[in-house]
Structure formats: structure tokens, C-alpha cells
Design a binder for this molecule. Sequence first.
Ligand SMILES: C[S@@+](CC[C@H](N)C(=O)[O-])C[C@H]1O[C@@H](n2cnc3c(N)ncnc32)[C@H](O)[C@@H]1O
Length: 412
Amino acid sequence: MDAAMVARLAGGEGWGLLQSLPPYDEAQALPLQLRLREAGFDAELVAAALTQSRLRSRAVDKFGAFANGMLFTPDGLEQATRLPIAARHAHRYAEAGLGVVHDLGCGVGADAMAFAGLDLEVSAVDSDDVTATVAAVNLRHWPSAVVSCARVEDVRLPSGEAARHTGLWLDPARRVTGVANAQGRTRRVFSLEAISPSWRQVLALAETAPTGVKLSPGLSHGAVPRGCEAQWTSWNGEVLECAVWWGPLVTTVGRTAAVCSDTATHVITEADAAPATGRPPLGSVSDVGDWLFEPDRAVIRAGLTGALVASVGGAELDAGVGYVTGDTASEVAWARRFRVVEAMPLSTKSLSRWLRDRGYDRVTIKKRGVTLDADLLRRQLKMTGRGKGGSEATLVVTRIAGSQAALVVTPA
Ligand SMILES: C[S@@+](CC[C@H](N)C(=O)[O-])C[C@H]1O[C@@H](n2cnc3c(N)ncnc32)[C@H](O)[C@@H]1O
């Protein structure tokens, strides 16, 4: 799709066609395409409208009902911030009293829509003309939002008094353009060195104005600039991003985790993870308590498992594994709790016997802190579910006091 086709889709005939399409159904796409062409619509416009219909159906997960009034590119949709998370970004600018946001690499405009939705004036650019045209369509409801096709390095940012009310937002592309895979998507890049705009550009811009940047959740703790907040955010258990904030956009200096879902948000900070008087470190598997707690992955990525140790008065099974054991059935909204049925050093022979003696014939394997091929272990344990009438055990394979250990647990 080129920018001219985006304009056609956004125009009277194209938009009318797009809005008249039934909910996307892959099985019906071809017959529908034929019917529309027979009805006199141009073949290219029909193909583009059906592609949009397919992208919109996928976009509902991120944008809810808004998806049906938006346009997308495949990469733009994949890289777009989920709307509730974009709203969290936008609130930082509003709460910092910044009335203007420059979205430098706006993609299809998800974050820009959230800024505009909070009445912030938005000046958005993207270096890709199709993407910029799509973003302009998506931001059409907000007259105070302006989108143009430009490279970040060519944007003239305000200085002096105007700069005092201006914030910068960057969500650098984590892809290499031009190296498309079989599905037409470009390859994902996780290295801080390979993002565009570059990390060096981001750091330089952050010296000029309050700045926020969305990065991969794989960001190493050592890369977080001094005085900033780095917030790892998860949505329904999946870690989506690590956003770094400067100046008045910082809520809490240091590493934080935001555990978000449709129903609640919990923010965990380094202060929550301050050394607690929990249990002493484990010396062996016999020190495992009645309960096992697993924090949300954003908490683990942020290195804040200590907050869970403090919350349940427990101990981490081993430094850095991210599992915490405790003696009381504490409820922590951002952690899963399991009852510990058995804890033993990892020996496939004794574990296999233990499981078979109790009627198990298959296992769900959770692992952390160990390198392990779960399928191989399943075969070694003969827990492939081929027996009749057996039940399923949940097995946690991890490290305790430096040695591999297996815990049989039941989710609470
Ligand atoms: C991850 S996307 C932004 C997604 C956006 N925040 C959203 O939620 O929809 C990054 C965008 O930055 C653009 N980009 C990459 N390098 C750029 C540069 N040097 N100048 C302007 N835009 C750039 C890409 O074309 C891409 O659309």
C-alpha cells in the first residue's frame, strides 16, 4: 500500500467501502473480493480495503472499538502501543504539566492518539510516508494533532520559553526495514544499538527537554541512565516494554514495574523491594515452605522480586530465580501462588517414580534459573500422557542453594 492508496481509503468512496465491510472472516475474503469487484469497485481498492479489514480485526485486541475507525500497516500495528498503556504514557505528560508533545517516530499513532485524547497538543513525525499518512488519518478527530513525514534528525524542536511546556516521546523502531520475512514483516531488533532513532539520538534529545522513550523489555539494568525512571510494563502477564523517563516525567527514580490488566494496575518500586526481614536464604530443598509465589514477569524483569519477598515474608529460592517461598497463604495481586506438594533435588529417576506412584502421567513444566529442554525431561520422566486415566502434575524446575531442584505444586 502506498500513501496514495491510504488517501483513497480515507476518502469518500474508499472509506464508505471499508466501513460497509462485514466483520473480517478469512474464509469469506475471496468470495467477498469477487462480489465487490463485480459490483464495480476497483480491484486495487478492494484488495486494500480487505487488507485493512483483516488488520482491523487483529487490532481490536490493542485498540478495542477504536480499531474500526483506524487504518494500519502490518508493521505499524505490530509495533503500536496498546491503547491503555499509551494512556499511561500520556498521563505522565499531562501530570507533569506539559501541554505539547513531540512524538518523534509516531508509527500509526497509538501513543499520539492517547496524548491528543488528554488534550495535549501533538506534533508527530514519522520517516515513512505511508505510516505518517496512516497516522494522520488516525489522528483526524483531534485538530490540535499535526502529523508530518520527517526524520527525527530534521525536526526543529522548540527552544526558550516554548520548550518549558514541551515534552518529547520516542518509541524507536526495533526492526530492520527492508529485510522482510515470508509474511512480509521485517525482522525484530532487540539491541539498544540497533534501534531507530538511535540510542545516542535519544540521549541527546533527553538533554534538551522532558523525554520518555519506549524500549524493549530486554533492556539491561546497567543501561538505565542515572536519575531516570525505567518502568517495565506488563499487560495480562506479558511484558511489553521498558519505558525510560527523564525530568518531570519521572514518578519514582530507579527501576519500577507496572503490572496492568483490564481490571487493575499495580506499580512496584525499588522501595517496596528494600531488604526485608523474611526467611533466611534456603540451604536445601528441605527449607522450601508450604507456598511458592511467582511474581509477574514485569517485576522479575525490573529486578524487583525482593518486593515479593517482603510482601510474603518469604525467601527467594535462589538469587535471581524469581520464585519465592513462604509459609503463609498471602495474597499478592501481582503474583501467582502455588501450594508446594513436594520438593526434591532434581533426579529424573526418583522424580519419575514419585509421579508414577501418585497416578500422574503428564506434567506441565515451569522452569526458571536452569537450562533445560522441557520436552526431553518429559520423555525422560515418561510423562507424555500416553497412559490411560492418569492426571497432570505441575512441575517447577529451578535452582535451590545452587543445585537443580524439582517442586511439584498445585496452583492456588
Ligand atoms: C515503534 S514505531 C512507533 C509506534 C507508535 N508509538 C505507536 O504506538 O503507534 C517506530 C516508528 O519510528 C519510525 N522511525 C524510525 N526511525 C525514524 C527516524 N529517524 N525519524 C522518524 N521516524 C523514524 C518508524 O518508521 C516507525 O514507524
